[in-house]
Design a protein around this ligand. Sequence first.
Ligand SMILES: Cc1cc2nc3c(=O)[nH]c(=O)nc-3n(C[C@H](O)[C@H](O)[C@H](O)COP(=O)(O)OP(=O)(O)OC[C@H]3O[C@@H](n4cnc5c(N)ncnc54)[C@H](O)[C@@H]3O)c2cc1C
Length: 477
Amino acid sequence: MKKIIIIGAGITGLSSGIFLLKKGYEVTIYEKNDFVGGCCTGWVRDGYYIDNCMHWLTGTNQHTKTFKLWKTIGAIDETSNLYQGDYFYKSIYNDEEICLHKDLERLRTDMLTLSVEDKKEIDSFVNTVKNFIKLNQEMSISSNIFNKPIYYLKSYFKYRHLSLEDLSKRFKHPLLKKLMIDFLPKEYCSLALIYAYATFASGNGKVYSKGSKAFATNILNKYIELGGFIHYKSELTDIKISNNKVESITINNVDVVTADHYIFTACPNHLFNNLLDEKYIPNVLKEKLEKRDINPIYSSYHSAFKLKKKHNPFNESTIFEIEPIRIGTTYITRLMIKDYSYLYPNKSDTIIQAFVIQNEDDYHFWENLNKKSPEEYKILKNEIAERIKETLIKHYPQVESTISILDTWTPYTYTEYYNSYIGSYMGFTFTKKSNLKDIPIKLKNLKNFYLLTYWQRICGGLPVGLELGNYVSKVIK
Ligand SMILES: Cc1cc2nc3c(=O)[nH]c(=O)nc-3n(C[C@H](O)[C@H](O)[C@H](O)COP(=O)(O)OP(=O)(O)OC[C@H]3O[C@@H](n4cnc5c(N)ncnc54)[C@H](O)[C@@H]3O)c2cc1C
C-alpha cells in the first residue's frame, strides 16, 4: 500500500486525507497544534464557546456538487442543522439603516425608499446578484466563465474591473455608499461582495449551527473511521530532496519519516521561506507575492463579549459609526459586531464579537509589538477590547449591566498558531486587477510533492480545501 504524508490538519489536510484513504492509500497527518481544523476552529473561555471561522459555508444547498463533497467527508449531511439569518449584514449611518436581506426584492424596495435617485445603480446591483444566484451554486469565481450565458457575462464584466470603493462612489446616498464598503476592504473587486451575498441569499451559504470546531471534528471523525493516522504537536521542520524527489521529512527537528507522496497544506510563504528552496516557487505565486499593490493580504482583530440575550441589540453582522479607535496602525470609525446567538439556543447568555479588518501594516505593528514585549502586546489588545466595550455601552446603554470581555486576539495570533503569512486566512485579496489564475498544486522539478492551500484560488476559504482535497486524490498515482 502506498504511503502519503500530509502536513497540516486544517480542512484541506483532513479532506485530502479522506479522499486519499478512499482511494486505498495509507495516510498520516502531522499537525503542529494539538487540535484539528486549523483556521476553522473555536475555543472555550469561561465555559463559553467562541467561534472563529464560519460566516458562510459555500455548499449548504443539498443539490450542489459542493454539498455532496462536504457529505463525503462527513462534515454535514441532510440531517445537519444549518442556520441562515434574515440578512447578510446591516449598515447603520446617520440614524438610518439598511440590510442586505436574503429577499432581493425587499432589498431593492428598501434601497429605493432611501434613495430613488440611485435607481439605476440599485437595479443594476440587485439584478446582478440575482443573475449570480442563478449560476453561482456550482461555480467558483476562478472557474472558466466563458461557457456561461450572456446575461451572466454582461453582469460579470460590468463589475469585474470595479473595486468596492468604485462601486460605493457610484451611489449618491451616504448610507448606500457605506453599505458597499462596510463588509470587505474597499480594495476588493465588487464581484467578491456580489458573489458572497448571492451565495448567502441563494441559501447555499448557511452556517453549521454547532460551529466551526464541531464542523472540523466531524471531518476528523470520518478520517479516523476510515483508518487515517494523525500526530499532534508535530511540526514539519525540514525537507530532504534528492533526484527531484522528496526523500524524507523531519518532524520537530528530530523524527525523520518517509512516504511515497507528500502533501503540504500550510502557508506557502512559510514553505518557501523556511523549508524549500525558492527555485520551486510556482511563477503565479511568485508574481502575486511580488505585486502586492494589486494582491494585498488582510487579517483581522477580534474581541469577544458575553452578555444577556435579553440585552443584546445585535442580530447577524451590524456595522455602525463610532468615535475613532486605533487598532494596529489604523483608526477605525466604523465597527462591525457579529452576533453568534445561533450557537447558544438554550442559554440566557450570548456571545458577540467585534470583527475589525487589519491590513499588512497593522499586522507588522502587532508582530513587532509581540516580539518587543509580549506583555505590552497583551496589555494593548486588552485595552482595545475595553475601548470597544465602552463604545458598545455608549451606543447601546442596555448592555452595560451584563456585558463582559471573554477574549481578544490579533492578526499575529494566526501566525503564531498556523505559521500563516500576514495573519492571513483567506489568501490573496480578489482585487479589480487580480490575476485569477490558480496557483498549481505540482511544483516544477519536484515529483512527489503537492502544494494544497487556500492561497491557491482567489477568495480562499473552506470550499477551496475541499475541492483541492478531492482533486489531489485524482492526480496522485
Ligand atoms: C475569522 C475567520 C473567518 C473566516 N470565515 C470564513 C467563512 O465564512 N467562510 C469560509 O469559507 N472561510 C472562512 N474562513 C477561512 C477558512 O477558515 C480558511 O480558509 C480555511 O480553514 C483554511 O484551511 P486550510 O486547511 O487550507 O489551512 P489552515 O486552516 O491554515 O490549516 C493548515 C494547518 O497546517 C498546520 N501547520 C502549519 N505549519 C505547519 C508545519 N510546519 N507542520 C505541521 N503543521 C503545520 C496549521 O497548524 C494548520 O492546522 C475564515 C477564517 C477566519 C480565521
